[in-house]
Design a protein around this ligand. Sequence first.
Ligand SMILES: C[S@@+](CC[C@H](N)C(=O)[O-])C[C@H]1O[C@@H](n2cnc3c(N)ncnc32)[C@H](O)[C@@H]1O
Length: 159
Amino acid sequence: MENQGQVKSKKRVTDHGEVYTNEREVKAMLDLVKDETERIESRFLEPACGNGNFLAEVLERKLNVVDSRYKRSQFQWERYSVLSVSSIYGVDILEDNAEECRNRLFNLYKSRYSSHFKDKCQEDCLRSIRFLLNRNILWGDALDFTNPVTVSTPFSRQV
Ligand SMILES: C[S@@+](CC[C@H](N)C(=O)[O-])C[C@H]1O[C@@H](n2cnc3c(N)ncnc32)[C@H](O)[C@@H]1O
């Protein structure tokens, strides 16, 4: 997992309570639901996902399972890895956090995919991952289900 500071600025802490959880706590907390983190299709929603500390670890764990079962078949690896991404959801009220989270999960996926299949990686597969992350990691207020710009539009109805 990327090792980043726990605070970006004093203002962000005051305005949004933005203090990131460190890696050791993330792992310890996810160990409390270890079986779920190792189930490929298990659904996770982080309603204050920040830059994705929890979601990245969940994805790592799911992909470890995909690797252990399907690494010998690219087709199966792609199929189950897409399933693992499609069941991960996040929301953050700060736009840059949602974007950072999407990129982080995408890069994590891409580096794992490329390390296994190198020049056989399919652009279509990566496009699907990007699409899923754009759909599932949202910029919005998890308390009232609105997007800060289009305040009247619940983000469940955004396209
Ligand atoms: C304490 S940080 C935790 C971030 C991440 N979950 C972690 O553990 O590293 C809280 C996060 O919630 C976001 N946040 C605060 N109020 C929110 C709201 N109403 N809806 C969605 N996200 C919110 C902040 O922008 C910040 O990224």
